[in-house]
Design a protein around this ligand. Structure first.
Ligand code: BGC
Length: 853
């Protein structure tokens, strides 16, 4: 039996003592996609886990199971406000309770190492300190209300391509100082109750292994060195071994009930390959999680019901108000010439709202983080609701930015058997016998977990009636093994035999599309389409098929739409152009290969600007996109993937009801060739972190390049004068405390600043540490602390900024410990990484840190 590590462990250990090996091992693999096994003999209830960082999806995989859809994490980080992030964490906890969820699979603290990373929107920042501060706040909010966080994806899973196979190769200092740093800081500050081991692997020189098997990082660093006492959960279907993963420190294989542990692990324990004590330790960690989430009862009795026994009410105005506040406050005002913003509604006669994302906003990123929203407020709806009635608002797409046409629906599709609207699906077993079927109304035919074991094939049949004369574009999207015929003739087939990989690379919701052009003359044309799909067996993700039927009728070209939008802009008092990415661009499962705006959006902005100089551009994207006209437009806002309250938040900002007080949590490049890490993909199975500790803004500083907008940049409704900075008169820390294990203590700076503008405002005071450059490869400057303050017009305020000791330290690979090289450290205080207003020296001698202003 394992020795008790924590004060309350003795009682938990005594519970485990009575259990046989098989029963203990059974607890270490999920019972289903989202549930863990229950064990009444231990008083253990079946814990439920659910994604994720944009809200709480729940476990029903049903579009009707809706919930709060928050702004994506990079938007939350852009507010640079831990108090706000904590309130969001609390709202997530209430959602989790409402949906019977005990552990939310969030936050994700991987870094935005490269702008092309597919999950960029799901991560907070390119900076480890900002990432950690915001993530710790989300964890505090969640766990304060009894819902567990699962900090993910441990570690260096910063790319998507081939994510189950690649190894991130990085040196030990980079790993410690950059990629492990947010995990370590969140654990120290907020003690999340579980951690997720990533799909990918790490080669840090000491060991090269998939993260589910990384003994050095899981067992030695996370558990032994940092004292993490909760379970390490595998990412979904990430575990590829029995003994290696069990020994390395993985505690729970998800999903289940099948997987590489079970009986094979029992046999390995019996064969002496895995000590039984290790199995006990894994069970103990799960019991701690159950206890913390209120799901551990009395042994032998019915385990406690989910806290859903007191189910919170569905979210309403209060929660919507919080999401609106987060979205508005995270919005970054990048540029505002001649104070074009905020708009004065009384002086407006007409507004032209233009752009592909004005018509179809991109509210959240794709993949496991997706939440069916309880409601959505489009940009047009939000603006209409906020503008006085007499202001005329017109909406114009200005060209298509998607490769995929809309899903076919309505009169287009008919069941060939009955003629009723829809697509007929027939289900067949292995012998080709028809065993069921259904009719669906639209051409989005994705379903997982929806088939009985007997169903092997799904055949979709439909008749399409194309009426408008001209060229119609049809698109069929399928994955796996399939055959598509049009009027009886095969036009496409697939023979991809992969299983779970088709879920993990997001082919499931993002299948390849086959384009078909059909010409229609004066008479409507009817065509028969048949899509014959083999059901994909995808392990713990169950069994699925995907087929999409998309259709674009003949219509104006993008060129014509742009001309129409420019004409509307010319006739309006002001043009608001919303450009951005969409579900084809930013998602889990793949990485981008470039950072251009999709479609003809640059052309659109230029034409609208030429038509009306009072043009405000709003970027609706999570990750950087190039804006070649950025310094030509008078007003530019970055509005992120803003979640369900998108329209209200944008209207609040445009009309000055809220201050866009966001600051960029990453650097916006102006030229593709400047991007420090332009490629996320592995080469020969390796993602090489050759840039070392010079990540994000640190790399830009090292290269001396000028970005379009620097890390930390953001204007607001007012102006600030930085008056002075002071360290406390007595040096507050000694070198000894600067090497304290958790990197605690550190320095407290007091910054005095004045709001010199005409309106109240919120300022993010940023502190960048310039370490001595004495031979050790260190960043030119690194973000070492920040604080957010509010001040009335004309008022002077003090900001207290904590600079943790860890910011001064480097990881000493020889002694395997943190170390503060002595020398002259300079602290710069400013409004962004490139707008530094004040400085103070903090010399670190062998015994103490002194101050010199
Ligand atoms: C993702 C995780 C997620 C899990 C469960 C995986 O594909 O990488 O972030 O929590 O699925 O949905």
């Amino acid at each position: 039996m394992i020795p008790a590590a924590l004060p309350d462990d003795a009682e938990l250990i005594s519970r485990i003592r009575g259990l046989d090996l098989e029963s203990k091992v059974r607890l270490l693999t999920g019972a289903s996609l989202w549930r863990l096994p229950a064990e009444p003999r231990l008083g253990l209830a079946a814990l439920t886990m659910s994604d994720g960082p944009q809200g709480v999806r729940g476990t029903l995989d049903d579009p009707a199971d809706t919930g709060l859809l928050a702004p994506a994490p990079s938007a939350v980080a852009a507010a640079w406000d831990t108090g706000l992030a904590e309130r969001l964490g609390e709202a997530f906890a209430t959602e989790a309770r409402r949906k019977g969820v005990d552990v939310v699979l969030a936050p994700a603290v991987n870094l935005q190492r490269t702008p092309v990373a597919g999950r960029h929107f799901e991560y907070f920042s390119e900076d480890p300190l900002l990432t950690a501060a915001v993530a710790a706040a989300v964890v505090r909010g969640l766990q304060r209300r009894g819902v567990g966080a699962c900090l993910k994806h441990f570690v260096a899973n910063d790319s998507e391509t081939d994510r189950t196979r690649y190894r991130a190769r990085l040196d030990e200092r980079t790993l410690r100082e950059v990629y492990l740093a947010p995990f370590e800081q969140v654990l120290a500050e907020a003690a999340p109750w579980s951690v997720m081991a990533a799909y990918s692997g790490v080669d840090d020189g000491a060991q090269s292994a998939p993260m589910t098997e990384h003994t050095r990082l899981l067992r030695e660093v996370l558990k032994q060195e940092w004292g993490f006492a909760g379970p390490v959960v595998s990412d979904w279907s990430a575990t590829g071994s029995t003994v290696a993963s069990a020994l390395a420190g993985l505690d729970l294989v998800m999903p289940g009930p099948h997987g590489p542990w079970g009986e094979t692990l029992v046999a390995a324990v019996r064969a002496g390959e895995v000590p039984e004590q290790l199995v006990d330790d894994k069970v103990l960690r799960l019991l701690r999680l159950a206890r913390d989430t209120g799901r551990l009862g009395t042994p032998g009795h019915n385990p406690p019901p989910s806290a859903a026994s007191a189910v919170p009410a569905a979210p309403g105005p209060e929660e919507f108000g919080l999401l609106r506040e987060v979205a508005a406050r995270g919005t970054v005002l990048l540029r505002n010439q001649q104070d074009l913003l905020p708009l004065v509604p009384e002086r407006l006669g007409s507004v032209a709202l233009i752009g592909p994302n004005a018509v179809d906003p991109y509210l959240q990123g794709g993949g496991s983080a997706f939440v069916p929203a309880i409601r959505t407020v489009s940009f047009a709806e939000g603006l209409r609701a906020a503008l006085p009635e007499q202001v005329h608002l017109s909406v114009h797409r200005g060209g298509d930015s998607r490769l995929g046409a809309p899903f076919g629906s309505g009169d287009l599709l008919a069941d060939p058997d009955t003629g009723a609207p829809g697509v007929r699906a027939d289900f067949f077993d292995a012998d080709g016998t028809l065993i069921g079927g259904e009719v669906r109304r639209d051409g989005d035919w994705s379903a997982y977990g929806a088939f009985t074991l007997a169903t092997r094939r799904v055949v979709l049949r439909m008749v399409l009636t194309l009426t408008e004369p001209g060229t119609h574009r049809l698109q069929v999207g399928c994955v796996g093994r399939f055959r598509v015929t049009l009027d009886g003739e095969e036009i496409w087939s697939g023979d991809d035999d992969r299983g779970v990989e088709l879920v993990l690379d997001s082919s499931f919701h993002h299948p390849p599309l086959k384009d078909i052009e059909l010409y229609v003359g004066d008479e409507p044309r009817r065509v028969a389409l048949v899509v014959d799909l083999t059901v994909v067996e995808s392990g713990g993700y169950n069994r699925f098929v995907t087929a999409q039927l998309r259709h674009a009728p003949p219509g104006p070209t993008s060129y014509e739409e742009i001309a129409e939008a420019a004409a509307a802009a010319a006739a309006a008092d002001v043009a608001v152009v919303v450009v951005g990415t969409n579900e084809e661009v930013e998602s889990e499962g793949w990485d981008r290969t470039g950072i251009d705006l999709p479609g003809h959006q640059n052309d659109l902005v230029r034409k609208v600007l030429a038509a009306n100089p009072r043009t405000i551009v709003v970027v609706n994207a999570g990750a950087p996109v190039l804006l070649p006209w950025a310094h030509e437009v008078p007003a530019l806002l970055w509005a992120w993937l803003p979640g369900q309250e998108a329209g209200h938040a944008l209207a609040d900002v445009l009309l000055g009801r809220a201050e866009p007080s966001g600051r960029l949590p990453w650097t916006l490049p102006s030229r593709p060739e400047d991007v420090p890490v332009p490629d996320a993909r592995p080469h020969d199975g390796i993602v090489d972190y050759a840039e070392g500790v010079h990540v994000g803004h640190r790399a830009w500083d090292r290269a001396g390049l000028v970005p379009a907008f620097p890390f930390g940049h953001g204007l607001g409704w007012t102006h600030w004068s930085y008056e002075s900075v002071a360290l406390p008169p007595e040096p507050p820390v000694s070198a000894a405390s600067l090497t304290s294990p958790a990197g605690g203590d550190g320095l407290k700076l007091t910054v005095e600043l004045t709001n010199t503008g005409p309106r109240p405002g919120r300022e993010v005071v940023q502190v960048y540490l310039e370490p001595p450059q004495d031979g050790v490869d260190r960043p030119v400057r690194l973000l070492a602390g920040f604080a957010t303050v509010l001040a009335e017009a004309g008022a002077r305020v003090s900001a207290e900024v904590h600079v943790p000791a860890r910011s001064f330290q480097i990881w000493d690979t020889e002694t395997q410990s943190w170390h503060t090289p002595p020398g002259r450290y300079r602290l710069h205080i400013g409004r962004s990484s490139r707008d530094l207003r004040l400085a103070v020296d903090a010399p670190v001698g062998p015994h103490r840190v002194g101050t010199r202003c």
